[in-house]
Design a binder for this molecule. Structure first.
Ligand SMILES: *Cc1c(COP(=O)(O)O)cnc(C)c1O
Length: 371
């Protein structure tokens, strides 16, 4: 990890220090409130739970510190993506989405944006720059894409999109700000599901939008206040607590993934493995250039639905579950979510278990499916 990222990590747990008065609690107090004491002039303080909450302020300060940009919190990753769509787009706009990105973003665009006169095109991440970006108001990139882990050159995409007059939105969920900083690479907006590694304990849904463009922040703030898609104070408090250990968990998960990916690749049950950290992966060189770590997601093919199910269900240190980024290692056969992948295609999210224990359990389960 770079020094800049170490210094961000070190400061993260001390952001509130300057404002503490003698006797204040060091951890963030939970503020469950729909209304606040509000006599007189109605500006400049908390008044109503749809407008503001001290736990939102705290989490937005933390996420803003990590993104180096103003942030707004949302009740889920899709809540954040919806805010970007509905606050920034108008009838007649065109948008471009990755065909291999998070499927719900495409469903949202197809099912709802179309009815408001917004046209959506899709394109695979691996050849995302081909065809240019003329006419697109917003272009979404997910890199590495989920679940095939292809990578898009964010700087080159940002340059081309800006020349064409559009804005680049990066869904940075798979990497977190400790793994990749899209705004530094030229992106205009970051969206992320903090449901995943930032919260990290698989008990909350949460999301955020970050941008250095004040118009974007103003628009999504207004959208949140008026549409009512607001995060709960307790959820904000939990994600705040999760973020305090993100750097530690992310470091462990990425380091373990690097080890596990190499061993999976060498196992005879496994084919078509994708992990940006593998030296011969198609994503490797670009990953080295634009990512700070290679991430904790690995995908591979076990040849059939049965073998994939047997591997997942037969491994005592893997939970069969969707989602990723939690402390527990989880895996899922992605065809069942409708991704365009073979029946035996598995997405594995490496958790925080000690890596040798984890690998021993995986190897045992893999050996069993080829026995
Ligand atoms: C999970 C996920 C989302 C959606 O997040 P929710 O919190 O489930 O709404 C968006 N993008 C990516 C890449 C995701 O993995």
């Amino acid at each position: 990890m770079t020094n800049a990222s170490d210094s961000r990590a070190a400061k993260l747990a001390h952001l509130r220090s300057d404002r503490l008065a003698k006797g204040d609690p060091i951890p963030l107090p939970l503020t469950m409130a729909a209304i606040f004491h509000a006599p007189g002039d109605a500006t400049g303080f908390n008044q109503y739970g749809r407008f503001s909450n001290p736990n939102w302020d705290a989490i937005e300060e933390m996420l803003g510190h990590l993104e180096d940009a103003p942030c707004r919190a949302f009740p889920s990753g899709m809540g954040a993506i919806s805010a970007v769509f509905f606050a920034l787009l108008k009838a007649g706009d065109r948008i471009l989405l990755p065909s291999d990105g998070y499927h719900t973003t495409r469903i949202l665009a197809d099912r709802f944006l179309g009815a408001f006169g917004v046209t959506t095109d899709v394109r695979p991440t691996s050849s995302f720059l081909d065809g240019g970006f003329d006419g697109y108001r917003l272009v979404f990139v997910e890199s590495p894409s989920n679940p095939t882990l292809d990578i898009c050159d964010i700087t080159a995409a940002a340059d081309a999109i800006h020349k064409a007059g559009g804005q680049l939105v990066v869904d940075n969920t798979t990497m977190t700000p400790f793994g990749q900083r899209p705004l530094d690479l030229g992106a205009d907006i970051v969206v992320a599901a903090d449901t995943k590694a930032p919260n990290g304990h698989s008990d909350v849904l949460f999301g955020h939008v970050a941008s250095r463009d004040p118009n974007v922040i103003e628009a999504v703030t207004e959208w949140r206040e008026n549409a009512g898609g607001i995060p709960g104070p307790f959820e904000a408090w939990l994600v705040h607590r999760g973020l305090e250990t993100l750097e530690l968990r992310f470091d462990r998960m990425c380091s373990s993934a690097e080890i596990v990916a190499g061993r999976l690749k060498a196992h005879r049950a496994v084919s078509g493995i994708r992990y940006p950290g593998l030296a011969d992966d198609p994503s490797h060189n670009l990953a080295r250039a634009q990512m700070e770590r290679f991430g904790f997601l690995i995908s591979f093919d076990l040849g059939s639905e049965q073998k994939a199910e047997d591997f997942i269900n037969g491994c005592e240190l893997i939970h069969a579950a969707t989602s990723f980024g939690g402390v527990h290692t989880v895996a899922e056969r992605r065809l069942r979510r409708g991704d365009a992948v073979p029946p035996g295609f598995v997405r594995l999210s490496i958790g925080c278990e000690p890596v040798e224990e984890l690998w021993a359990a995986m190897e045992k389960s893999l050996d069993r499916i080829v026995a």
